[in-house]
Design a protein around this ligand. Structure first.
Ligand SMILES: NC(=O)c1ccc[n+]([C@@H]2O[C@H](COP(=O)([O-])OP(=O)(O)OC[C@H]3O[C@@H](n4cnc5c(N)ncnc54)[C@H](OP(=O)(O)O)[C@@H]3O)[C@@H](O)[C@H]2O)c1
Length: 360
């Protein structure tokens, strides 16, 4: 099978570095281009990253000496050199929107980690296990953009990545009606480490800008339906969220309360989690976890440090399922925010798009 040539725009940042790591030794993808801002352009990747290499293990040997390209001015050259790009730039929302559209119009598919296009109606926001059918809107997006190959597909925010998968297999069968969720989010979600954000040591901050709105709104697009070439968001269930920054390096935890039209038995819920498989598992995509949803019977699990790397950080860890006094049930769940919640989710989505023929 041919290897797809891949570029990463925003390759020097926290999420970009994850993309660099995840494409090292990938069976389908070969990293051909790294690009970032004018501050990094022209340097080797190793020089540009300098003291900001946050990943475990060294910079991949083949990437160290790649010359960083300018993500804003080298678009045509980059589009020529790769089959698609991962986008992990940190810029103003309108600038990211325009930049990603410029890549798509240069016939370069964009798999984006950014929020800029999440609410563009013909841009699919995909969790491959939950709503793989949404990629069908790419056909109408291409018509709008006037492209043959180019398009944009996005992944959802990291905050929803644990509780939406856990609720998904229950939603239709039991009529999921109401969700209350509190998320406890790691500092890497802000692109930070304890070295670069020492105020987070021994501290909790009860505010993450924009996160609660995303946590309440984005599940509606994922649970929406395709009609007339766009995604029509779902209108139910009702969701209320509070998002809190906690002193963990990686791993977003969520405490979830949920009610249903038809209250399920706890054993039925566990059985549905155990048997749940999505398109990513059916297609045996290289980054897909074998078991997407893991339930822990131990009452002190999942724990961020112990369980965030479950199945290479691509699975969801769930625990403490029990009845609630005001909602039908409550439970806790966890996902790795820069793997499943960011770059790993992006790589899995790219694998889906290749397997389904949207990237060729
Ligand atoms: N961290 C997470 O867990 C997470 C999760 C989900 C989504 N996100 C989103 O993903 C994006 C990247 O986050 P991050 O944490 O990786 O940020 P980051 O560490 O600050 O990295 C930002 C990247 O964007 C590049 N960049 C900045 N300005 C640019 C410009 N004008 N033109 C081209 N490239 C530019 C930077 O290049 P230089 O090095 O040259 O400045 C760097 O490569 C953000 O939009 C963030 O909201 C992050």
């Amino acid at each position: 099978m041919k290897k797809f040539k891949v570029g990463v725009i925003g390759a020097t940042g926290m999420v970009g570095q994850r993309f660099v790591k995840l494409t090292e030794n990938h069976p389908w993808f070969e990293l051909a281009v790294v690009a970032a801002s004018s501050r990094s352009a022209g340097k080797t990747y190793e020089e540009a990253v300098g003291g900001r290499w946050f990943m475990d293990g060294p910079i991949p040997q083949g990437t160290k000496k790649l010359t960083v390209m300018n993500a804003e001015t080298d678009i045509a050259k980059i589009a020529e050199a790769v089959d698609f790009v991962f986008s992990a730039v940190d810029m103003k929302k309108e600038e990211i929107k325009a930049l990603e559209e410029a890549y798509a119009k240069a016939e370069c598919p964009v798999v984006s980690n950014n929020s800029a296009h999440r609410w563009t109606p013909d841009v699919p926001m995909v969790v491959p296990e939950l709503n793989p059918g949404h990629i069908a809107v790419i056909d109408s997006q291409r018509k709008r953009l006037g492209t043959r190959r180019g398009f944009i597909a996005v992944k959802s925010n990291c905050s929803i990545q644990s509780y939406v998968p856990a609720l998904h297999p229950l939603k239709d069968e039991f009529g999921l009606s109401k969700i209350l969720v509190c998320t406890y989010q790691a500092i890497s979600g802000a692109g930070k480490t304890f070295e670069t954000w020492p105020e987070m040591v021994d501290n909790v901050i009860p505010y993450i800008g924009g996160e609660e709105e995303k946590s309440e709104r984005e599940p509606m697009k994922i649970w929406g339906r395709v009609a007339n070439g766009v995604i029509v968001p779902a209108e139910a269930p009702l969701i209320t969220a509070q998002c809190i920054r906690v002193p963990a390096s990686d791993g977003h935890m969520a405490a979830v309360f949920a009610s249903f039209d038809k209250k399920p038995a706890l054993e039925d819920i566990k059985a549905r989690w155990a048997s749940f498989k999505g398109r990513a598992q059916e297609l045996k995509l290289p980054s897909a976890p074998k078991q997407f949803l893991h339930y822990f019977e131990e009452e002190n699990r999942p724990q961020t440090k112990l369980d965030r790397m479950l199945e290479n950080g691509m699975a969801i860890a769930i625990g403490r399922l029990r009845p609630d006094t005001q909602y039908d049930i409550k439970f806790v769940c966890l996902s790795h925010n820069t793997l499943r919640g960011a770059a790993g989710g992006g790589v899995l989505m790219a694998e889906l798009l290749c397997a389904e023929g949207y990237i060729q």
